[in-house]
Every structure is written in C-alpha cells, then in structure tokens.
Design a protein around this ligand. Structure first.
Ligand SMILES: Nc1ncnc2c1ncn2[C@@H]1O[C@H](COP(=O)(O)OP(=O)(O)OP(=O)(O)O)[C@@H](O)[C@H]1O
Length: 214
C-alpha cells in the first residue's frame, strides 16, 4: 500500500496529493501540464518533495528531509518511449534489472514473461530492430523481471498509433490479472483507464483527487 501526502513546488507549479493507493490498477488522468509525470517522478524517487510524506507498506520513502533513492524503492518504471538500452539485445535489456537481484528476490522468470508478452522470437534483436509496440512490450517485460513492488507507467502507449494501442492493451490487462502487481497508470486517454483501471484519480492543476461520483 502506497500512502502519499505530498507538497512539491517547482517555480510557479505546485503539486499537492493525498491518497492511499492499494492493489489493482489506479489510473491517474488529467490534462497536459497538470502534474501527472511530476507525481510519478516523486513516487519513483527521481524528484524530492519539499514537504509531506511518501510511505510504502508503512515504510517512509520520503519526507521534507529524507529521500530513499530510486534504486532502493524497488519500483518498476515504464515510460512513453520504452527507453531501452540501444546497445543491448532484447534479452540483455530484459535481464538488466533481474541480474542485479538476489535469486531470493526474483518473483518473475524470463520464460513466463516472454510467453506473457509474446516477445520470445525477439530476444536476439536490438531495440532499433523492433516496432514501437514490440519496444513497449519489452520495456514492460524488463520492468516485470525487476520484480518491482509497484509498477509506475507514464503514458506507456501514447507514442503508438491506435492499432498498436489496441494490440497492447490486452497485454497490459493480462499483466494485471496474472501478476496482481499494484500499478499506477498515468494517461490522458480515458479509454485506456476505462479498460484497465480499478480506480481512477484525477489530476487538475497539481491537485490529485478522486472524481466525484455521478
Ligand atoms: N523539468 C522541468 N522543469 C521545470 N518545469 C517543469 C519540468 N517538467 C515539467 N514542468 C512543469 O511542471 C508542470 C507539470 O508538468 P508534468 O510534466 O508533470 O505534467 P503532465 O500532467 O505529466 O503533462 P503531460 O500530459 O503533457 O505529460 C507543468 O507546468 C510543466 O510545465
């Protein structure tokens, strides 16, 4: 369970977020510039809040003074453009975080992840030899093989055309159903959260809130 009570300022922009985020997929929607990526960067440990707290399973990750670094939080990250290592094969990209884990920490193994995401035939290729949709599936596989406690997804489909989005959404749903990993899914595409999310939160001008129930 992620508990946040955050206050972050950057120039004229101020983000305030108070929420408890548990199992399942939590969608975070909101217009461009509202602070969705900033929220994920704060949760990932890439930015430090000036005040407030972030806790995960009761453990303090950040307050105004202390900030647990990103690599110690053990969260998986998937961005818009996959950000695979261009000089490594798909296989080495997939195993990048996995190899750095103690065997006892590993919750996912390569073969089932290759099957889940249908990327087995791609393992010897380089990222430049993949389509956009394949790259995103590899990025998702790499994040899973790092055995994260939480998956943070920042517009993971927004660089893809409509046909590819429709192809990848079922994979994301499969990841959700088969891994039960808690996920925070940032997007401005409400169709994606309608399809995937168990709960949706709204970001508006730096304020995170649950939408009013109609
Ligand atoms: N590196 C940065 N330095 C300074 N200001 C930034 C930086 N990145 C974002 N901002 C500003 O912070 C605010 C929140 O931006 P953020 O990227 O979190 O929004 P977003 O909701 O993710 O937008 P989008 O949907 O367009 O990705 C905006 O006012 C933006 O201009």
């Amino acid at each position: 369970m992620l508990s946040i009570d955050l206050d972050f300022r950057r120039g004229a922009f101020r983000l305030q977020a108070r929420a408890e985020i548990g199992a399942g997929v939590t969608g975070v929607c909101g217009p461009s510039g509202s602070g969705k990526s900033t929220l994920l960067a704060l949760l990932a440990g890439l930015l430090k809040p000036q005040a407030g707290t972030i806790r995960f399973d009761g453990k303090l990750l950040a307050d105004g003074r202390h900030c647990v670094p990103a690599w110690q939080r053990h969260f998986g990250l998937v961005f818009q453009d996959g950000q695979l290592f261009p000089h490594l094969s798909v296989r080495d990209n997939l195993l990048y975080g996995y190899k750095r884990l103690e065997p006892a920490q590993r919750r996912f193994e390569l073969q089932p992840v290759l099957e889940l995401l249908e990327i087995g035939p791609l393992v010897t290729r380089r990222p430049a030899q993949l389509s956009g949709g394949e790259r995103q599936r590899v990025a998702l596989g790499r994040a899973l093989l790092y055995s994260p406690r939480l998956l943070l997804l920042d517009e993971p489909l927004s660089s893809l055309d409509e046909r590819l989005k429709q192809q990848i959404l079922p994979f994301l749903r499969r990841v959700k159903e088969e891994t039960r990993l808690p996920m925070l899914y940032v997007t401005h595409a409400t169709a994606e959260v309608d399809y995937l999310a168990d709960r949706v939160m709204q970001m508006e001008a730096g304020q995170l809130r649950e939408p009013a129930v109609a």
